[in-house]
Structures are given as structure tokens and as C-alpha cells.
Design a protein around this ligand. Sequence first.
Ligand code: ZN
Length: 312
Amino acid sequence: MKNTIHGLHHITAISSDVHRNLEFYSQVLGLRFVKKSVNQDDPGTYHLYYGDYAGSPGTIMTFFPWVGLHRGRPGTGQAYATGFAVAAGALQFWQKRLAERNIQTFAVEARFNDEVLPFLDPDGLRLELVASAETDTRAPAPARDIPAEFAIRGFHGTTLALIDSGATAALLTATMGYRLVGQAGHRTRYVADTPGPGNYVDLLTDPALPRGLNGAGTIHHVAFRAADDPAHVNARTALLERGLHVSPVIDRAYFKSIYYREPGGVLFEIATDQPGFAIDEPVESLGTRLSLPPRLEPHRAEIEAALPRLHH
Ligand code: ZN
């Protein structure tokens, strides 16, 4: 499976209040609301997708907003923090912007060659703005009130919190095409075939971290990219040969998916780049109507009636 995975595809988290979630990711962080859909396994709840203008793989943060859900606890066995890439020098802009909106931030940290501003979303989800001097050719998310030079360009990477990183590291390097590129303190950094923002996975083995508990404000799963169907099938075969339990290929309308739990407890997915989010609405109007997969389309009226109205 070497060289068949090309970094992160999307990251899916759990939130509680759907309106607050939409306001935060679209208005505060300036991501584009690229798809309003439903949880395909629970169509009574939304599945909201945020990303760059085109909804490109590697920029897509998604949420299952379960209204009134109890708050979880970030910790081991979870994707602990989600890093968004911004240009070097952008953190001052963000510190001011987040402070003006009473968003909880933490001290800027130096991490490898980058500067990292950790902060929390309204559900307590751990986010980071990673200011890197590395080349990032991705177009900035087109926010109205965020200058392009400071805007988010997609993911920088994900940090998995683990009690022991050995088996996860072996899976990443032997079967998922990642290689070790850095180690500092309790953190080791791995990168997919193409180095650069969007392609990093950090493994964090900090003994001070509690065990993670699922709930609002925690990550549900981390999805990696497969370029096409053959690469997707090859990836599945390699994971099965490794002895992992892997789901069948599931058609999610915007991509095909397989799911498996990595040895440290984090749910992984591999999703295809195609067909993408413009399959059921034009790029210019992404996110403006409720998108349903074909099998749920006959139930549109009852599904729409049961969902809260979103103002966007
Ligand atoms: Zn997913």
C-alpha cells in the first residue's frame, strides 16, 4: 500500500449545538460551508462539512452535531488535536481575532520549525493554527473578513494521543506509506509520501494525558486520501493482510470509504478523492441546499421537516 495514501482527506468531530458550530467554523474560522447533509447512519441529524472553496480533500472538517450531547474528554485513544495550516506570520492576526470573539486560546508553542496557536471550539474541541514557513500551494479559504494572506489553507495535520505509539507507528510506516520525520519530547511526526502541510500525523505519548472519553468536543474519526478506486481497494487488501478488521467499501456519495480502528484506538477511514462534493450541486453553490445520498432522497420531505433550520 506504499504511496497509495496521500495525506488527510477529512476529519470528523462531534459537536452539540448545530447553530453555534456553523457560526464558529464559517464566521470565525472563515472556512466555506461546503456541504449540508445528514449523518447517513442517523439521518435525523445533520452532517456538516467545512473546507476550502472547492471542498478539496485535505481541507474538510466535518461534524455530527448531536443536539444536547454531553461533553467528551480529549485524551488517549483519540485524535487529540486538529491542526489547520496558515502562513508564517499569521498568528498575530488570529490571536487578535480569536480574543475579540472570546475564544479560549493557549500560549503559542514552538513545534519543530513551526509556531502553533492552540485554541478550543465552542464544544471544547482542541484545534491548532500551525504557522509554517513550508510551501503550501493550496488556495486560502475565501472568507469575507479574513485577508487571504492569513486565511486557513486546509489541514496541517492531526495529533493522535496514545498510551503507546509502537503499533500505530508500525501501521503508518509499514502499511500506510508514512515515514518518520521528527521527534521531540513525547511527540513523533510522520509524513505521507508528499511532505508538507496536510500530510502530517503526529503521535503524542504524554503520560499526563487522561484517557479520552467520546462526546461533544472530541474527534470521531480521521480520514486519509486514496486517489482512486484501485488505490482504495489496494489499501483495503493491505490492511486486511495486516490482520486489521476493515469495513467493506461503503459508498458515501461524495467518496467511497473504508473504516478500521488503528491499534491505539483511533477510528481511521480511507476515502477516495472522487467523485467529490460537486457531484450533486455546482461548486458555486456548495452547501446551500440539503444534500441527500440517492437512497435517502425519497424521504427528503420528512428528513427536512425533522432537522432544525440553519441560517447561513
Ligand atoms: Zn469520514
